[in-house]
Design a protein around this ligand. Structure first.
Ligand code: DP6
Length: 354
C-alpha cells in the first residue's frame, strides 16, 4: 500500500502586508509582515500526499480535482526537492525505507468556495509542505518548514502557524533567517473575529507575484514604506500582546492603505480596490468615529489584499453590529450567500457592485 499523509492548513490574512521581494528566486521579502491565521475549521486547504514505488515515474499534483503541471525548477518543484533532500539525509542516517526515491502523488482541496475570491496560495503551499514533511517523517521544526513554504509562496510561511504570526524579513543572503514565528497563540486573544466580505469573485487582473515586482522596480513610495514598517511591526506586536484593539485597528488599517498607496504609485498603477471596497472603508471609518465618540475606541479594522474583497477584524462583542452595518449598507438581495460560520469567522456573499 502507498505511504500516505493528509493534513490541513488554514488561510492567513496579513495586518502588516508583505509586498516586495529583494530576492525573487528564494522569495526574500523587502519587509517583515504579520498576519492572523483563521481557524482551521473555517477556511483551509487539505492535502493528501502519497508515494509508492509502483507509481509511474514523475510527481503529479491535483488542485481541486484538476491536474496541475509540476514545472521543473518551479516553486512547487523547489519545495518538493528540499523536502525530498531532507528525507534522503534521514534515510542515510537511520537506514529508513527510501521513500525519497518513490514518485509522489499530491492532491489538494480548498474547503472555501472559489467564489470567496480568497488567495489560496498561502494555505495551499503550507498544506503541501506540511503533508510532505509528515509523509517523510521529517524532524524539522515548523520554523524550518516555514523556510521551505516561503519558497512556494511568501505568505504561505505564515500559514504553518496558528494565531498571530510574524514573518521576519531576515538579513542573510541565503534566506536562512527569513522565517515565520508565532508571536501569540490564538487563545491569547480568542475574541478576535474576521468577517470576509466578497466584493468580487473575478480573478484579479494583476497577480501578487507580478504586481509586487513591478512595485519594487518602479515605486519610489515603496522606499518610504520600508522605513516605516519596522516601527509598525513592533507597535502591532505590542498591541496584540496587550490586547489593545484600538491600536491594533489603527495600525492594520493604516498599513492596508499604505500598501494600496504603493500599488497606485507603481507604473503602470495597480488598482486592487474598487468603489465598493472604498465604501466599506468609509463605513468602518464611520463606525469607528461614532464608537470613538462614545468612548469605546475603534471597534473594527478593514484590510484588503491584492483584490477588492474586504476582511474586517472585530472583537466578538462588536461583530454583530459590524455585520449588521455591512448587511444594511451593502444589500445582498438575490445573491447566494456563502456562509462559513465557526467561532465568529464568517464569509459574506458576493456584494452587488452598485
Ligand atoms: C497582498 O504570498 O501571494 O496578500 O510570494 O509571490 O507568492 P508570492 O506572493 P503572495 O503575496 C501576498 C501578498 C498580500 C500580502 C500578504 O499576504 O502579506
Amino acid at each position: 500500500m502507498a505511504h500516505q499523509a493528509t493534513i490541513s492548513a488554514p488561510v492567513n490574512i496579513a495586518c502588516i502586508k508583505y509586498w516586495g521581494k529583494r530576492d525573487t528566486s528564494l522569495i526574500l521579502p523587502t519587509n517583515s509582515s504579520l498576519s492572523i491565521t483563521l481557524n482551521q475549521d473555517d477556511l483551509r486547504s487539505t492535502t493528501t500526499a502519497q508515494c509508492d514505488p509502483i507509481f509511474s515515474p514523475g510527481d503529479k499534483l491535483w488542485l481541486n480535482g484538476k491536474e496541475e503541471v509540476v514545472k521543473f525548477g518551479g516553486r512547487t518543484a523547489t519545495c518538493i526537492e528540499v523536502l525530498r533532500g531532507w528525507r534522503r539525509d534521514l534515510e542515510k542516517d537511520k537506514g529508513l525505507e527510501p521513500l525519497s526515491t518513490y514518485p509522489l502523488r499530491v492532491a489538494s482541496h480548498n474547503n472555501f468556495p472559489t467564489a470567496a475570491g480568497l488567495a489560496s496560495s498561502a494555505s495551499g503551499l503550507a498544506a503541501l509542505v506540511f503533508s510532505l514533511a509528515t509523509l517523510y517523517s521529517l524532524p524539522q521544526s515548523l520554523g524550518q518548514l516555514s523556510l521551505v513554504a516561503r519558497q512556494g509562496s511568501g505568505s504561505a510561511c505564515r500559514s504553518l502557524f496558528g494565531g498571530y504570526v510574524a514573518w521576519r524579513e531576515g538579513t542573510q543572503p541565503d534566506g536562512s533567517d527569513s522565517i515565520a514565528e508565532e508571536i501569540a497563540p490564538r487563545d491569547h486573544w480568542p475574541e478576535m473575529c474576521a468577517l470576509i466580505c466578497v466584493v468580487s469573485d473575478a480573478k484579479k487582473g494583476t497577480s501578487s507575484t507580478s504586481g509586487m515586482q513591478r512595485t519594487v522596480e518602479t515605486s519610489t513610495l515603496l522606499q518610504h514604506r520600508l522605513t516605516i514598517v519596522p516601527e509598525r511591526m513592533s507597535s502591532i506586536s505590542h498591541a496584540i500582546k496587550e490586547r489593545n484593539f484600538d491600536s491594533f485597528a489603527q495600525i492594520t488599517m493604516t498599513d492596508s492603505n499604505s500598501f494600496h498607496a504603493v500599488c497606485l504609485d507603481t507604473s503602470p498603477p495597480i488598482f486592487y480596490m474598487n468603489d465598493v471596497s472604498r465604501s466599506i472603508i468609509a463605513m468602518v471609518e464611520e463606525l469607528n468615529r461614532v464608537s470613538g465618540e462614545l468612548g469605546y475606541g475603534r471597534i473594527a479594522a478593514y484590510t484588503f489584499d491584492a483584490g477588492p474583497n474586504a476582511v474586517i477584524y472585530a472583537l466578538e462583542k462588536w461583530m454583530g453590529l459590524v455585520e449588521k452595518s455591512v448587511r444594511r449598507w451593502f444589500p445582498q438581495e438575490g445573491i447566494v450567500e456563502v456562509e462559513l460560520e465557526q467561532e465568529g469567522n464568517k464569509v459574506l456573499g458576493k456584494f452587488d457592485e452598485r
